[in-house]
Design a protein around this ligand. Structure first.
Ligand code: F6P
Ligand code: MG
Length: 471
């Protein structure tokens, strides 16, 4: 806490903040979904001992929901054997045992997911159970049209890159921007926010048409400086050039992260890509190492993945449409490319419990010096998504015109870290806007008006792409 920005943080007690709505409306839905999932898993479980334990987990989650809805005090987390529990509990003490609906939003939301994780970690049969896996898989299946469209585009691009490796700089820059924007907008469909989206809604958000329209919605776009930086490193003849991606969500977003990673490697803008997933189920849809494996499995056996009816489809008597041979071949191409990069060590996964801590990334240099040292070896560390952005800027109520380089504090210039944030806005905090922009957006329909609420920034429709050079 002492290391965080000295600007007040967003609170679940402020009726104008998205945290207020999150605590009262979204958290109960998220916990209910976890209860339903566990209940379903218990019902299908043949082992009586495991069943009994599962029922206890359902009880623990139900109690948690009661505590949130009745604005009870946050209680110390039970020790599940991992050292971050002590960090969570020390901060809770410093905060003076706040109640759920009147507390720092960032800390409390991280606490919520850490607490859900303890319910499973403390069992013997459910330790590695991912309570959100079912939701992640089903949303990824819903992304089928966008996945197929991108698979075709990717294969085509890779052959162009192979046949014409020496493109003029402008062409290379355009391609980099396209890949990075695909990767950016993949963040618009995260499960914790879009709890009520239909299959059609998800598809409408993901196609290339949607992306073109959305270009005007990128409020800050530092992609040209990031490209210049990567190109300069390539032209300098440096042998090893690494790009890190601090991942956000599984399914479609991970798919587009791999599109970007594969492109960077194939275009020679990076020689290695390090992916940073989470170690526990996190903010519903975040990537776990098992989600990476599941994605590759789906690409390896696309007919099985897309054509086997889900439980729901069976109930509705629906048969999924068959994939064409061309579509199967294009998905197979992605599988071969990405699994080859992975097997050859150019694409690696590096989980770290630091990413599921309670606080801002301002704390990293003091609390995770080895990690920061390691990230200094990267040409660019890409932070995906809303939560990573909130942590970068400390979830503080900055003036929106504050430069990004200032708002990331000790990770900014002079830190030795080159940081690119690719974020669609799904929370109040935003920095780096030109003067007057926030007011302009607030004046739009549903933008928040004079209410004091920055509503335009809550729905993933607007985005910011901010770059900070560490030298
Ligand atoms: O619940 C709040 C929140 O942190 C929002 O900021 C965002 O809507 C969501 O959870 C997570 O978004 P992302 O997956 O982009 O980090
Ligand atoms: Mg997420």
């Amino acid at each position: 806490m002492d290391l965080d920005p000295k600007i007040p943080q967003y609170s679940t007690g402020d009726p104008n903040s998205f945290g207020w709505q999150t605590g009262r409306r979204r958290w109960p839905i998220i916990i209910t979904q976890a209860i339903d999932d566990t209940y379903r898993a218990v019902a299908h479980c043949p082992d009586p001992e495991k069943q009994t334990e599962g029922k206890r987990i359902v009880e623990a989650l139900t109690k948690l929901k009661y505590e949130v809805q009745h604005d009870r005090a946050l209680t110390p987390l039970p020790d599940d054997g991992y050292p971050d529990i002590a960090t969570y509990n020390a901060e809770l003490e410093q905060l003076n045992s706040p109640t759920w609906l009147k507390s720092p939003w960032l800390y409390t939301e991280c606490y919520l997911f850490r607490r859900i994780a303890t319910s499973f970690a403390l069992s013997s049969h459910w330790k590695n159970y991912d309570v959100f896996a079912r939701q992640k898989t089903s949303t990824f299946r819903s992304s089928r049209p966008a996945v197929l469209e991108l698979a075709a585009r990717y294969k085509d691009l890779m052959s162009q890159l192979q046949n014409h490796p020496d493109q003029p700089r402008e062409a290379q820059e355009l391609l980099f921007a396209e890949m990075a924007e695909i990767c950016l907008w993949g963040n618009a469909t995260d499960l914790s926010l879009l709890t009520s989206l239909t299959y059609e809604d998800i598809q409408a958000l993901q196609g290339s048409e949607a992306r073109k329209k959305a270009e005007a919605n990128i409020l800050v776009n530092d992609l040209p400086s990031c490209f210049a930086h990567l190109l300069e490193a390539k032209q300098s003849g440096k042998k090893e050039r690494r790009v890190d991606i601090v991942l956000d969500n599984a399914g479609f977003e991970l798919f587009v992260d791999l599109v970007l990673a594969g492109y960077l490697l194939s275009a020679g803008l990076a020689t290695h890509v390090v992916l940073h997933p989470k170690s526990i189920p996190w903010f519903v849809s975040d990537v776990l190492p098992s989600d990476f494996a599941a994605l590759l499995n789906a690409l390896a056996a696309p007919r099985w993945f897309y054509e086997t009816p889900s439980g729901e489809e069976e109930l509705q008597g629906k048969t999924p449409e068959k994939l064409s041979d061309k579509e199967v071949e294009e998905l197979g191409f992605l599988f071969q490319e990405w699994s080859r990069f992975h097997a050859e060590g150019q694409l690696v996964l590096r989980p770290n419990r630091v990413w599921t801590g309670p606080g801002s990334f301002w704390r990293l240099p003091k609390e995770a010096p080895e990690l920061v040292e390691d990230l200094k070896g990267s040409e660019v560390v890409i932070f995906k998504g809303d939560l990573n952005y909130r942590k970068l800027v400390g979830d503080a109520a900055w003036d929106p015109t504050t430069p990004f380089t200032e708002a990331i504090g000790p990770l900014g210039p002079g830190s030795g870290l080159n940081i690119l944030a690719l974020r669609t806005c799904k929370a109040d905090v935003v920095v780096g806007l030109p003067p007057g922009k926030d007011e302009e957006l607030k004046a739009l329909e549903d933008g928040g008006g004079d209410s004091g609420a920055r509503k335009w920034a809550w729905n993933g429709k607007w985005a910011v792409v901010s770059f900070s050079k560490g030298s």
